[in-house]
Ligand binder design. Sequence first.
Ligand code: SAM
Length: 188
Amino acid sequence: MCILKNSLVQSHLLVESIVKNGDTVVDATAGNGNDTVFLAGLVGEEGLVYSFDIQERAINATLKKLEGKQLNQRVKLINDGHQNMKAYINGPVKAVMFNLGYLPGGDHSVGTRGNTTIAAVKSAMELVSLHGIISVVLYYGGDSGFDEKNQFMDFIKTIDCRNFTVMQTEFVNQINCPPILVCIEKTR
Ligand code: SAM
């Protein structure tokens, strides 16, 4: 078993190190519901997960997964773009998870896009509490292409270092564009 975990596992390890029972958190890309189920387990019965996806198919898949584990009471499923998250959430939230790209098993042309992802991350930066975390697992190459990755990487370099710390982890010797993890912590 490898010691260095992939970007998705690393995002979970980081988020689970800060999210406690009763917290409010966001899954910005519900997809097949794996991250929403993970977050619902962390926040407990008193906590709340807001989970967004533009595809009804993803919302339905996530609901089914939650119901199977009796976790649906602690999740608000929202069939809307994550760029609109401020219309649904007043904040503060402890963590916001983004898992970019397209729905596995779904239409590869309906993926996340650089402009809406950046708008959503800016909203998440407003909503997240002090020392809260925004995690972004960034898939690129293949059907996802490179536009979103390039726009997002340019954007994170512009984030004000007085208020946020931004970390990027990347596997530099793997083939086929392994996903990149970006984490943003509000520090002030
Ligand atoms: N986190 C998911 C899981 O655990 O199964 C995987 C997410 S999948 C890689 C990316 C999802 O983002 C797709 O389901 C897609 O419909 C969704 N998506 C694309 N653009 C979006 C947007 N603007 N707002 C919210 N979701 C979006």
